[in-house]
Write a protein that binds this ligand. Structure first.
Ligand code: GLN
Length: 283
């Protein structure tokens, strides 16, 4: 099979699933990620035969994609704010929404003396690693409970040379006990926040992602209750907290923070104009 034939086969098979437009962009992404063939290279080498091995790789990938496996799990990596991260089964795929949390965090700490940060439910480590790169003098403790996700966190730390990120395997409902009260300058988190009812209705792709990274309990707020109830004590007075949340949770999360001693609460919208991040200062 030539590259031209392989490309058109890929587009044809993927369009049956998602329509022509999505299929073309996914096909290009697969060729680039699997074979290092950019669009231009693909065009230049259109009549070259794919090796048997590459042909098999491609057919496997297309088959998986048709089954609904997220593109990011097939290519094995994804980028977030200019850095590359390894992803796969067992870890949440980076979402663009999370940029809002990172940008809000950087805004809120401006002009403050911040040296110790904790990222709770760190997953692939996108938040911790981006912050660590932007704030090279800070130490970022990245806490993740799940074994598979933790392995990705460790790999992504070394892939990105993030020496100031300290990965800690732990459950945030428990491991707060190991961290001294008043010892953190800032806390950031994008915890699981989907409610049990919503979880059942997610699109096929999301069902391939780990439930533990999505399931926020009955009303989706379990992790915010834990953070407000147990983690705010770890912050210094005047410390900053920044939480990503679901689009309809800003009010509930704000009031949890408020009733646990957080001031100057702000809600930041994501690029789609949805309430996405709640931040504040500990009194
Ligand atoms: N903090 C990680 C992210 O933003 C993982 C979040 C999660 O697993 N809920 O992608």
């Amino acid at each position: 099979m030539t590259i031209r034939e392989a490309y058109s086969m890929t587009v044809k098979r993927l369009s049956a699933k998602d329509g022509d437009h999505a299929a073309r962009s996914e096909a290009r992404c697969l060729f680039e990620e699997l074979f290092g063939l950019t669009r231009l290279k693909m065009y230049e080498q259109a009549s070259r035969e794919l090796s048997e091995e590459d042909e098999k790789k491609l057919l496997d990938a297309v088959e998986k994609r048709i089954q609904g496996v997220p593109l990011q799990y097939i290519t094995g990596s994804w980028s977030f704010m200019g850095r590359n991260y390894l992803v796969g089964e067992g870890v949440l795929i980076p979402r663009d929404d999370t940029e809002t949390a990172v940008v809000t965090f950087l805004e809120r700490i401006k002009g403050r003396n911040v040296s110790r940060i904790a990222d709770l439910c760190s997953g692939s480590g996108i938040i911790a690693i981006t912050l660590a790169a932007r704030l090279p003098l800070c130490s970022v403790t990245a806490i993740e409970k799940e074994e598979a996700a933790f392995a990705y966190l460790e790999k992504n730390i070394s892939l990105n040379g993030a020496e100031n990120v300290v990965p800690v395997r732990g459950d945030i409902f428990v491991c707060h006990k190991d961290i001294e009260d008043g010892s953190l300058d800032a806390i950031v988190s994008n915890p699981p926040y989907i409610s049990t009812a919503e979880l059942a209705e997610l699109q096929t792709e999301v069902r391939f992602e780990p439930e533990t990274a999505l399931d926020g309990g009955e009303d989706g707020l379990d992790f915010y209750r834990c953070i407000a109830g147990k983690w705010l004590a770890k912050l210094k007075n005047g410390g900053i907290i920044v939480l990503e949340a679901g689009e309809s949770q800003a009010e509930a999360v704000s009031s949890l923070l408020k009733s646990n001693g957080v001031d100057d609460i702000r809600v930041t919208k994501d690029i789609q104009g949805l309430d996405r991040v709640i931040s504040g200062t500990k009194k």
